[in-house]
Design a protein around this ligand. Structure first.
Ligand SMILES: Nc1ncnc2c1ncn2[C@@H]1O[C@H](COP(=O)(O)OP(=O)(O)OP(=O)(O)O)[C@@H](O)[C@H]1O
Length: 968
């Protein structure tokens, strides 16, 4: 009864959204083919409904079906079969979502045998689809059979591709047409020859419609049968990289709460040497009990408002100020954490097995596909809970705590108690529950609390009241002399050294490649050189950006003065060799030196989070005279301030670009209430000191850099137009920018930008949810070989692997590309210094640059775009990720991708249009690929014809295109 009442209140849009999520869930768990209504209802109730622990009450299954049917998202037959419209998407690569809905309903009708007519092919058809693969550039032949298995004769009157590309040709001995129909007697089979040829690798599809009539009367009603053809032309390399086994997603577990005890494991802290004390306490900051109720209320404010919930809502709606600073951030962080708990539970699994690590018998290996893409997010030092499957029926269970010692591509290495290890037997089955490490949330809670305690009002909400109004007049001799020629950069360095904005933060912002990092690095070096008692904290949100800062500092600063401090979560093998001598990794163990020792270094380099350890360790307020945060737009404000206690008396400098990668949040509520606004962006957009006045920016507080020293102007064009109002000025050194302008493989000389259109397939393998696309890998490898193996010719200078970067959004594509380069390709794998060629995600390239960047976008099917958006992966619908990827190249940018899929995104569409207009487009001829829209329109017309009264003209004949048939 209660449930029915709740449903009555749920708006249809919400029910529809739950329904669509359920379809997605079925798809993800490989059960989209289930059509039995009762079975689907059982799955919905036991595995999906109230999956967030009952925070949000889901509607019942009947309501879901009702709303989905109304919205043409599902069809339910009288015999209780349910067809969700999702199942067909994979057949057609060029889909428009609203259109595909109609296609779904038409498909099942059209593929069915009719009047005894059955259509087959030499290779086995699966679900009315012929699939074949060719590995050479040659004509491939295959026969189609039209067979009359019925008891009456039938006329075969016509056949034609409804959706077709030039690679296919058809031929039949009688040249069947309406004016030349073929009588197929019972038991008779007629052969049609199909040829396929493509000069380019890729996946090509055709949809064939066959028309028949039960008798040859002019006005008799025809009937149609449809078959789908998918041909793949792939190289030997693509074959080597093909899925090792079919994709089998893990079955999700629905965990009930039963009493349990925890068997403690061995944390990797045992691998640290800790001489740094714990002087400033870090409280638990556990989520208050009202958070779930508040979440529900915020999602549906019409639900019975309670005064205290209304009060919290008002706090979220209020403008951030120093008075509500801590309270508002605490609340937002609790809401974010509550969503993180919901999300992490989705990864719980049943019946998993583990293996012993052969190298370290004390560790067990657990396969966790997706872990390298943060699905789920697990770091070294986190823990998981495992319960023996055989114990699950007990009234009370033991959960074994396994600490993560190592995160690898698709697996974790865990340590458990010795008691558990002794009882462990291979193939034992477990239920695994993921947890997440609350440390990062706790550090942020403490940071906002300390900010208020230490009265950081003038740092967080600067009014400029403490400073006079003049710029610094210093005469500095810069380490990087090129900065002296840029007035803004030079002035920024001087102002930072003189601390003119203090206590207000100094901002260095601007588009990609404008020299923010080099300005910050120069300022650090100058502070170190000019201010004798200076102590500097240099931070960045990510380890890779912090490493880059440190590497640049070491070019001029004595390594004894610099210390790179890593947290335990950094995998030792990711620590760059160049930093080993001045960091806290000693062998396999991280060492945290004593406070006194740390205070002797002039420059400490950490991530913004690890800076929190310095606070805990009791480094006194006032110790750091200067704090620098690079890539500050990438972090949430409460993350950036984790180590800012020291900004009370020092100079804080933030550098970044709000148009590049921003903070990653899970909760739509916290995004709505502004947690995604970085500190840098807040100052820039909300604080008058940092805004542009009539005389431009106030250079005492902020420097906006606009000269791009990195890239050829053609590469900058679209980011400049789309994100920077055309303000960006190309200033790159001519020699570097034009390095590839005469490259023989450019579609157009002088335009060092290539969009290579391919029509591949996004695939998955085994349990990994991550994607790869072997057609794109083939193309990337082609270009790589053109760059490395035939270089030094025709006026192009030599480049080495370290000058090339390959960016791709999915871990599986990264892994396969590395395999292709370092193992499969005979020439590349032995190429000198090939290990220096970096293949990585956009996140790994933020802040970096290469002479040549190759981007592989992978997506070739619309079906997964929503998943990308939900998990914050992929390139589509993510302008910031697009911006970062495109702006890393200095002299040559090559993008390999599916232009049809990418064009559904306005940013990519503009980019592809630009490449086309300027002559940089090559590869897949988009003109020959017909859209799904056309196919659907055609199928719909055929259906009208089947259902209509007798008709004179065949609908199918409207689509006759002479080229699809072989000339005889
Ligand atoms: N004044 C200058 N003269 C010549 N080259 C410069 C100058 N300033 C910066 N550069 C060069 O421009 C390139 C980009 O600099 P940097 O990485 O600091 O830019 P950024 O603004 O931090 O970029 P991103 O936003 O992509 O991180 C580097 O190769 C750097 O050496």
């Amino acid at each position: 009864m209660g449930r029915r009442n709740r449903n009555a209140r749920l708006p249809n849009a919400d029910i529809r959204s739950v329904g669509l999520d359920f379809i997605e869930f079925l798809h993800e768990t490989n059960r989209i083919s289930i059509i039995n209504r009762d079975e689907l209802q059982e799955i919905y109730n036991s595995e999906f409904r109230d999956r967030d622990g009952g925070v949000k009450k889901d509607p019942n299954f009947s309501s879901i079906l009702y709303v989905l049917r109304q919205g043409h998202k599902a069809q339910v037959t009288r015999d209780r079969r349910v067809y969700f419209n999702r199942s067909l998407l994979l057949d057609v690569q060029y889909v428009v979502t609203s259109i595909i809905e109609q296609y779904f309903f038409l498909r099942s009708e059209f593929v069915a045998d009719k009047n005894g007519i059955h259509i087959s092919s030499e290779t086995e058809m699966v679900d009315a689809k012929i699939y074949f693969c060719v590995e050479r550039e040659e004509v491939y032949e295959q026969k189609l059979f039209v067979e009359n298995r019925g008891t009456d004769s039938v006329y075969f009157t016509y056949y034609s591709p409804l959706h077709w590309i030039h690679c296919f040709k058809f031929e039949d001995p009688e040249r069947v047409t309406r004016s030349n129909p073929l009588l197929l007697s019972p038991g008779e089979t007629y052969e049609i020859k199909m040829n396929f040829f493509s000069a380019d690798v890729g996946v090509y599809g055709a949809t064939m419609a066959f028309e028949f009539k039960p008798n040859i009367q002019l006005f008799s009603r025809p009937f149609y049968i449809v078959r789908f053809i998918e041909a793949e032309f792939r190289t030997q390399l693509a074959a080597e990289l093909a899925p090792v086994e079919p994709y089998r997603p893990f079955k999700l577990s629905s965990i009930q709460n039963v009493p349990f005890t925890v068997d403690e494991g061995v944390p990797p802290e045992s691998l640290t040497l800790n001489r740094l004390g714990y002087q400033v306490p870090l409280k638990d900051y556990n989520c208050p009990s009202y958070i779930n109720e508040l979440t529900k209320f915020l999602k549906d404010p019409s639900s019975a408002p309670k005064a205290y919930l209304q009060e919290k809502k008002s706090l979220l709606e209020s403008v951030l100020s120093f008075q509500n600073y801590a309270e508002r951030f605490h609340l937002l962080l609790y809401l974010e954490e509550s969503q993180m708990w919901v999300d992490i539970k989705r990864y719980n699994k049943d019946d998993v097995t583990m293996e012993r690590d052969q190298r370290n018998k004390k560790l067990l290996m657990l396969e966790v596909p997706g872990v390298s893409e943060n699905r789920p997010s697990v770091l070294r030092g986190d823990h998981l809970l495992l319960t023996k499957s055989e114990d699950l029926h007990l009234l009370s269970v033991t959960k074994y705590k396994g600490y993560v010692h190592r995160v690898e591509l698709d697996q974790l290495k865990l340590s458990f108690s010795s008691k558990f290890l002794d009882s462990f037997i291979d193939n034992m089955k477990f239920r695994v529950e993921f947890t997440f490490n609350r440390l990062l949330m706790r550090l942020q809670h403490r940071a906002v609390e300390l900010a208020v305690q230490h009265s950081l009002c003038e740092v967080l909400f600067p009014m400029g009241s403490n400073s006079d109004n003049s710029n610094a007049e210093l005469s500095l001799s810069l380490f990087d002399r090129s900065l002296e020629k840029n007035r803004e950069q030079y002035a920024a360095v001087c102002n930072i050294v003189a601390g003119v904005s203090k206590p207000a933060p100094y901002l260095v912002f601007g588009p990609p490649g404008t020299g923010k990092t080099v300005t910050m690095v120069e300022a650090i070096k100058q502070v170190e050189k000019c201010i004798l008692d200076a102590h500097i904290l240099a931070c960045a949100p990510s380890n890779s950006a912090a490493d880059q800062l440190c590497e640049k500092l070491l070019q001029h600063v004595d390594s004894h003065k610099v210390y790179r401090m890593y947290a335990l979560s950094r995998s030792p093998d990711q620590v760059p060799l160049s930093l080993r001598a001045c960091c806290n990794l000693k062998g396999e163990v991280y060492e945290f030196p004593s406070k006194e020792e740390l205070m002797q270094y002039k420059i400490l380099v950490t991530t913004v989070f690890t800076a929190g350890r310095l606070v805990t360790g009791g480094l006194p307020v006032g110790h750091f005279t200067h704090i620098f945060v690079d890539e500050a737009g990438h972090a949430v404000e409460s993350e950036v301030i984790v180590g800012l206690l020291h900004a009370e008396t020092g100079q804080l400098v933030l550098a970044g670009d709000p148009k590049q990668l921003g903070p990653i949040l899970r909760s739509p509520i916290t995004i709505q209430y502004g947690l995604g606004l970085s500190f840098l962006e807040r100052l820039m957009t909300k604080n008058p000191l940092y805004q542009k006045g009539d005389n431009g920016f106030n250079t005492r507080y902020v420097t906006k850099l606009l000269r791009n020293y990195r890239s050829h102007r053609a590469i900058l064009e679209i980011p400049n137009e789309m994100f920077y109002d055309g303000e960006l000025q190309p200033y790159a050194d001519e020699y570097s920018a034009n390095f590839f302008c005469n490259w023989e493989h450019l579609p157009k000389r002088g335009f060092p930008l290539i969009f290579h259109g391919v029509h591949g397939k996004d695939e998955r393998e085994s349990n990994s949810p991550s994607f790869f696309n072997t057609t794109e890998i083939t193309k990337v490898i082609d270009y790589l070989k053109k760059l490395l193996l035939s270089q030094g010719k025709k006026g192009i200078g030599k480049i080495s692997p370290k000058d090339i970067g390959i960016i791709t959004p999915y871990r599986k594509q990264v892994e396969k590309l590395r395999k292709a380069i370092k193992t499969c390709d005979r020439e590349l794998r032995v190429y000198q210094n090939i290990e220096e060629l970096k293949v990585g995600s956009v996140e790994e390239f933020q802040g970096q640059e290469r002479r040549v960047i190759i981007v592989s976008t992978v997506r070739s099917c619309n079906d997964y775009i929503k998943m990308d958006t939900d998990f914050n992966i992929g390139f589509l619908n993510n302008e910031k990720r697009f911006n970062v990827a495109i702006t890393r190249a200095k002299s040559l940018l090559i993008v390999v991708g599916n232009p049809i899929i990418l064009s559904s995104d306005p940013t990519w569409s503009r980019f592809i249009q630009y490449c086309t207009d300027e002559g940089g487009y090559t590869g897949l001829n988009r003109g020959i690929v017909e859209g799904t829209e056309d196919v659907i329109r055609r199928l719909a017309t055929l259906r009208i014809q089947m259902e209509a009264e007798d008709t004179e003209e065949s609908a199918i004949q409207q689509y006759v295109n002479p080229e699809w048939r072989n000339e005889q």
